[in-house]
Design a protein around this ligand. Sequence first.
Ligand SMILES: [Zn+2]
Length: 402
Amino acid sequence: MQRIPKFCPNDCCRYHRVCRVPEGTFVRYGRHHTAAFGAVQRFRCRGCRRTFSSQTLSIDYYVKRPVDYRRLLRAMGECAGVRGCARSLGISPNCVINRTMRAARSALWQHAQALEHISLDEDLAADGFESYAVSQYFPNNLHTLAGVDSQYVYAIDGVTIRRKGRMTDGQKRRRDELEQRCRADPRGVEKSFARIVEQAVRLHAESARARLTLYTDKKTDYMRACAASAAVVGWRQAGRFIHRRISSRAARTVDNPLFAVNYIDRQLRKDLHEHTRETVCFARNENLQMERLAIYTAEHNAAKPFRINQPVGDTATHASVAGVEAQALADIRRRLYRNRKFFTRTSLPEWAERIWRRRYSTPLREAPEYRPGYLLVGIPYPGKRPARRPVDAPAATTARRV
Ligand SMILES: [Zn+2]
């Protein structure tokens, strides 16, 4: 017997944003058999009269083949490419991509939930990690904002930049040709970093700290992004915000204030195949690259031990060092890759919303980005399907099947 849901998946219903609906809101409305999940219970909501099934609330909504998410994410975080993951799980590469997108929304939900439990108690470091998508003619900067003491990743953001550095004449001609079709925004780094600064501002505003120091390298785009933030300008005058710039040539040791971001850069280069040097497993899609980064940083925050050589029995993670209580973290992790996460029930920071909405544009891509109907809407396609009464449902009804 499947349990009664806690809320209505229809985002237009008054029972959608509640923690738990009053007793008797949902009535059982028959069951149907599926090859993938066996018997699936349907419900009807008395608030909006829509029907839905237990699958509507599952991360595997619409899925025809169950996949072990934790196995998939473990393989992905251990430097396997999409096809490698597909081979080890016995599924198709498209199936790996589909499940990655689903897991990414859960990861973004975890980022958002954990932020609600954190009162910032450390300084922050931010930096751009250079990688690329589609072709080496389209490098990008993947910005991370991390805690200096905890190495907890508070925000990520990405931007395509112009290819620079030494090139042959042929490479320069090729770059000019490609730039006729797709040209990086010259102010892209500043705009992307502004979203990182926005997250730092939000964390500082919600904390009890008197002063925040943000460490970055000496890139001028970072200075401009800080200068463009009204909150940062005001706090600077009041002595509440310090932007300290460290040379990127300084030794990358634990004593370097940029250690947190240097450490994360190193881990990314080592653990995600698309960021290793001279790889053929590079990202073909900018949105998928950001989704994989969201998953990786969520696992880094909450699942990896804080220190590899920490004493036996010490369960410290980057999240716990950043201030997320163990019980709250366990509650977040418990159903992370089982329940479907709803956009309308998740309070996302701007950087996370861009990834969830798949707002990144992939260089040279002419087809529109894939955005499934259920990405933002609880029950998509209202009223398009004909009403169909399940065999063992009550006879009299005006409810629509979705
Ligand atoms: Zn409802």
